[in-house]
Every structure is written in C-alpha cells, then in structure tokens.
Design a protein around this ligand. Structure first.
Ligand code: FPP
Length: 247
C-alpha cells in the first residue's frame, strides 16, 4: 500500500461488477451461484472501501438493459438485492453507511421499491461511506429523464433555456449531490462503460482488472487503488508543475 495516502485515496469509486456468470460457468455451476458469490464480494468491497476512507462507493447492481436476461436470472438478481437489503441493512446502518439508490424507479413492481426507499430513509442521516446502488440504471435513460424534467420546467415557464448549464444538468441527474467518480473499475477484463455514469464519468480514471467479480478481493481492490494513485489527473488542463509556472 506504498502509494495509498489520505490524499491519493479517491473520494468516489464506482464499480462495474462483471463476470459473475463466467465465474459460475467455469465451475460448472448455474449463473445464479455466481451472483450469490458476487453479493459476498459486495459486502467485502463496502467494508474495504469504508476502512480506506473512500467516501462514496457506487455499484452497478442491475442495468436497465438487464431485464432482457432470462426471467429466472432476473428474478434471482431481484431476490438477491432484496435479501441483501433485508439482511444487511441493520449492519450497514450500525456501521454508519448511508445508502443511495440511482436508476429509474417509475416502473418497479412488487416490494423492491419500498425496500430501496426504506434503505435510503433508514440510513439518510449516517455520516460514513455512502453506498450508491445503481439499480434499474442506465446512463442514457438517466439523462433522458433529466432532459424531460428540464424541458417540462421550461414549458411551464419556470426555467429559461439559457439557465440550463452543466451544474443544472448534474443537479437533475439521479446522482444529484454526489461528486463525480474519481475512479471507475470494471472487473472481468471487459473494457467498456456499458451505459454506466456517462455524464459523471467524463473525467474519471478507468481501471479494468482481469479478475471476475466474485474473485475481486481486498488485494485486487488495493492494487487498483495503487494504480489510480500513480495516475496524473489533468481534467483537460495541463499538469501541475506547468500550471504553477504559468500562474
Ligand atoms: C455481471 O455479471 C453482474 C451483474 C449483472 C449483477 C451484479 C449483481 C450482484 C453482484 C448482486 C446484487 C448486488 C448487490 C448490490 C447486492 P454477468 O452476469 O454479466 O457475468 P458474465 O459477463 O460473466 O456473464
């Protein structure tokens, strides 16, 4: 952990948890077993992130495109998320974790929405790490909903088009109030963003690790953070020494 200090630990890490299915297939197990093992990894990752002082951890739990998976797998993923909240909410609350959920809530059926709302309400005043669960989330969908909202405000005469700026758009997204991710990690060796945090990730560092999500250990996490700590972030500008000379 040579390079990890309070100043190099990112404030916000977002993770695309990929590879549960392949992890299960490699063991001759049904895909659902991969997701089950993936939940254990979720628990460990939240713990590690909290210990390291990461303030926000966003996990891509279910995308708006995941509904196209076989019904049994969708149902299993829903069941796992519900069980996670039912079983872990008390522990997370005790550990001062604040939960936020991003994604489209408008068409959620059954008891999933009340559970997500309960998790947010119960932990609202907590001051530890914020666990952001991206559920029924897709960045294009999020941006479409935000644009509709702003267009409606304009149509009602409550907003002038010229007052729409990046800050206003950011405040209309599901992630309102949450800083942009400093680092986005994707597991399983796939190297794409898959409609995840497309607005918020404009300047995020991207790290792709070969490990499948169920194999994402504390050591894998630390190695990714060390790699991040060695990156130079310029946000479209120039590196700091040059800035100092010119300023
Ligand atoms: C990707 O693996 C993983 C998912 C689509 C779901 C991730 C969900 C969990 C880990 C469990 C629930 C989450 C929480 C927060 C409790 P994949 O199935 O696409 O794997 P593959 O690419 O190998 O097929």
């Amino acid at each position: 952990m040579q390079n990890l200090t309070a100043t190099t630990v990112p404030e916000h890490v977002a993770i695309i948890m990929d590879g549960n299915g392949r992890w299960a297939n490699a063991r001759g197990l049904p895909r659902t077993m991969g997701h089950r093992k993936g939940v254990e990894t979720v628990r460990a990752a939240v713990k590690t992130a909290g210990e390291l002082g990461i303030r926000y951890l966003t996990l891509f739990a279910f995308s708006s495109e995941n509904w196209s998976r076989p019904a049994a797998e969708v149902s299993d993923l829903m069941g796992l998320l519900k069980t996670f909240i039912r079983r872990d909410l008390a522990d997370l609350h005790r550990e001062n974790v604040r939960i936020r959920v991003i994604g489209d809530r408008s068409n959620l059926r059954g008891d999933i929405l009340p559970l997500l709302v309960e998790a947010e309400e119960t932990t609202r005043a907590n001051t530890g790490i914020t666990l952001v669960i991206a559920f029924n989330y897709g960045a294009r969908d999020e941006m479409t909903r935000a644009m509709r909202h702003l267009a409606a405000e304009v149509a009602e005469g409550r907003l002038r088009p010229e007052d729409i700026n990046p800050q206003r758009i950011a405040a209309t997204l599901d992630t309102s109030g949450i800083p942009d991710p400093d680092l986005i990690i994707r597991t399983s060796g796939e190297e794409r963003l898959s409609n995840f945090l497309l607005w918020q990730g404009a300047y995020s560092e991207l790290i792709f690790v070969p490990e499948l999500w169920p194999d994402f250990t504390r050591e894998t996490f630390l190695a990714a953070l060390e790699k991040y700590a060695c990156r130079e972030r310029r946000f479209g500008g120039v590196s700091e020494p040059t800035l100092a000379v010119g300023s």
